[in-house]
Design a protein around this ligand. Structure first.
Ligand SMILES: Nc1ncnc2c1ncn2[C@@H]1O[C@H](COP(=O)(O)OP(=O)(O)O)[C@@H](O)[C@H]1O
Ligand SMILES: [Mg+2]
Length: 250
């Protein structure tokens, strides 16, 4: 829970199902929060499957990572890299192998609260120890949920587990929303998804293939439908009352 810099807020992205979009949401919200003027740190906690360094184009610069910091092999400042594509955004890369993140993450984040305004922790998929550790250190948990039945059922379970792990606010980010499929009733209605997951809606991100293309170049795409949806989520996280546009206009 909050300590040190009272201003700092820590968010963690979680999902039961892999590929739901946690890393995409973490990167894009990181860029959006940095653009709102917050010193923002992304922590890649998906140990063994690090990807944020590639997505943000800093893979060639990584010397030390989160495991090195936790094991005392380097100072945290030696591992954190500025993200060239986004002023005000930094990355702490993930360990190269699994099983490196443990009890040390909470005190480390306590220290980093002094240096940053916003911290986004990108966790590993599933409901194992990685999920628990990452969820426990956050002030707010962002559950990334796809519109398919498996994702929705997993999200319900994630939400129930979160209640036992942390009193933090839980927000659902409904990702890869496809209006064409929704209008033909091929996917559940948004209200039905909210009911089924028992979570508050933090935002709906449309399906947008440009997102993946941007990450292939190591440059987050800051235009288009998905980007505008991320900006709305960022504003909501900052307490602004931003209305959801009509689903057709997402
Ligand atoms: N809103 C979206 N529109 C289109 N593609 C998306 C969207 N969100 C995620 N993706 C794609 O889905 C894949 C998995 O996303 P990723 O963020 O790596 O998921 P996770 O971190 O949960 O495993 C990636 O190829 C990513 O580009
Ligand atoms: Mg990921």
């Amino acid at each position: 829970m909050a300590s040190g810099n009272d201003k700092c807020r820590v968010f963690t992205t979680v999902s039961g199902k892999g590929g739901a979009g946690k890393s995409t949401v973490s990167c894009m919200l990181g860029v959006a929060l940095a653009r709102l003027g917050h010193r923002t740190l992304l922590i890649d906690a998906d140990e063994g499957l690090r990807c944020l360094d590639l997505m943000l184009g800093v893979d060639g610069e990584v010397v030390f990572d989160l495991a090195d910091v936790l094991a005392g092999r380097c100072e945290v400042g030696d591992a954190i890299r500025p993200v060239p594509a986004a002023k005000g955004l930094w990355l702490l890369p993930a360990p190269r192998s699994a099983g490196q993140i443990g009890e040390g993450l909470a005190p480390l984040i306590g220290t980093l609260r002094e240096e940053f305004d916003r911290i986004l922790v990108d966790s590993s998929a599933g409901i194992g120890q990685g999920f628990r550790t990452a969820a426990a250190v956050s002030d707010e948990v962002l559950a990334v949920v796809g519109c398919d039945p498996v994702s929705i059922r997993d999200a319900r379970q994630v939400c129930e587990l979160l209640r036992d792990i942390t009193p933090s606010r839980r927000l659902m980010i409904l990702n890869r929303f496809d209006y064409a499929a929704a209008s033909r009733d091929l996917i559940p209605h948004v209200d039905a998804i909210i009911d089924a997951t028992a979570m508050r809606l933090g935002g709906i991100i449309p399906y947008d293939p440009a997102l993946a293309r941007g990450f292939l170049r190591g440059t987050p795409v800051t235009r288009g439908h998905a980007w505008r949806a991320f900006v709305r989520v960022a504003h909501r996280l900052e307490g602004k009352n931003v209305r959801l546009p009509k689903l057709k206009r997402l």
